[in-house]
Design a protein around this ligand. Structure first.
Ligand SMILES: NC(=O)c1ccc[n+]([C@@H]2O[C@H](COP(=O)([O-])OP(=O)(O)OC[C@H]3O[C@@H](n4cnc5c(N)ncnc54)[C@H](O)[C@@H]3O)[C@@H](O)[C@H]2O)c1
Length: 273
């Protein structure tokens, strides 16, 4: 048995010369990850339905970065963006699929069109993004794919229906990609965030009449607060890095302890917090 420990002493940034395609790059978790990866030296290929002023911050950190305004439901458009990336930079090291929507409701109250929209964006859109980079990653025999699922893809929640079904699909798609392509050097892991304070969640939790709901979520998040998008970006950095070189097919849950178990106020009753 041999043990190898590599200590990196180079002045290069950790992701220097790496190319990262990030969907949902204009807001929330995707934007925080794009900023983190750009700060670490990566070239960012951002994909989003909406353009955002924040993109200028990414270009300031990583001038070669490029933005493609497109819908992840459109496979041909994503393939075109990926092909032009490969033409320009010659490779794709990382794909992170953060584009998504958070709509749902109890099934009997949900329009079938809304069900289809959520599955189409969250699940089919993720499959489109992965399929678009696979030929490139197979040819280069390397790549780290990071999907953004949710704790709601692992456990059910009230009114979750379409959203939870879409994220459960992403969790299993992630495992299958890991199984199918692991032997040719491609890793695929899911990040399963809990409740992260992004525009998507903020608009729901801080709407009028949502105080009790918000407080209940914060209480069950055992850190006593919502998560920050940068805390998901940190996990994405790990999964994209060589430090995660033997990790594939996993769900990395980052939820402040929300799914660790129930809290019923005992520690408050005993004066601990
Ligand atoms: N915020 C949370 O608490 C939380 C928890 C678990 C999982 N997630 C997941 O994280 C991902 C990012 O969410 P967020 O909270 O940062 O939300 P967000 O709304 O801030 O960002 C989502 C981004 O996806 C883009 N997008 C939506 N539909 C698209 C489409 N069809 N094509 C291209 N881009 C599209 C939006 O324009 C937006 O920029 C989503 O998949 C979401 O389900 C979020």
């Amino acid at each position: 048995m041999t043990t190898e420990t590599t200590i990196h002493t180079s002045a290069l940034k950790p992701f220097e010369n790496k190319v990262a395609v990030i969907t949902g790059a204009s807001s929330g978790i995707g934007l925080a990850t794009a900023l983190r990866f750009a700060a670490e030296g990566a070239i960012i290929v951002g994909i989003d339905l909406n353009n955002s002023d924040a993109w200028q911050q990414i270009v300031a950190l990583s001038p070669q970065s490029i933005f493609h305004q497109l819908d992840v439901r459109d496979f041909a458009a994503q393939q075109k963006a990926v092909d032009s990336t490969v033409e320009q930079f010659g490779r794709i090291d990382t794909l992170m699929t953060a584009a998504g929507v958070g709509e749902a409701g109890p099934l009997n109250m949900l329009d079938i069109e809304l069900w289809q929209r959520v599955i189409d964006i969250n699940l089919n859109g993720t499959a489109n993004s992965i399929k678009a980079v696979l030929d490139t990653m197979i040819a280069q025999r390397s790549g780290s794919i990071i999907t953004v699922a949710s704790i709601e893809g692992i456990v059910g929640t009230e009114g979750g229906s379409a959203y939870n079904a879409s994220k459960g699909g992403v969790v299993l798609l992630t495992k299958n990609v890991a199984i199918d392509y692991g032997r040719i050097g491609i890793r695929c892991n899911a990040i399963c965030p809990g409740f992260i304070d992004t525009p998507m969640l903020h608009s729901v939790l801080f709407a009028e009449g949502m105080d009790d709901f918000r407080n209940s979520i914060i209480h069950q998040s055992k850190m006593g607060r919502l998560g920050k998008p940068e805390e998901i970006a940190g996990a994405a950095f790990f999964l994209a890095s060589d430090d995660a070189s033997y990790m594939t097919g996993q769900n990395l849950v980052i939820d402040g302890g929300y799914t660790a178990g129930n809290a019923h106020g005992i520690v408050e009753m005993m004066g601990l917090v």
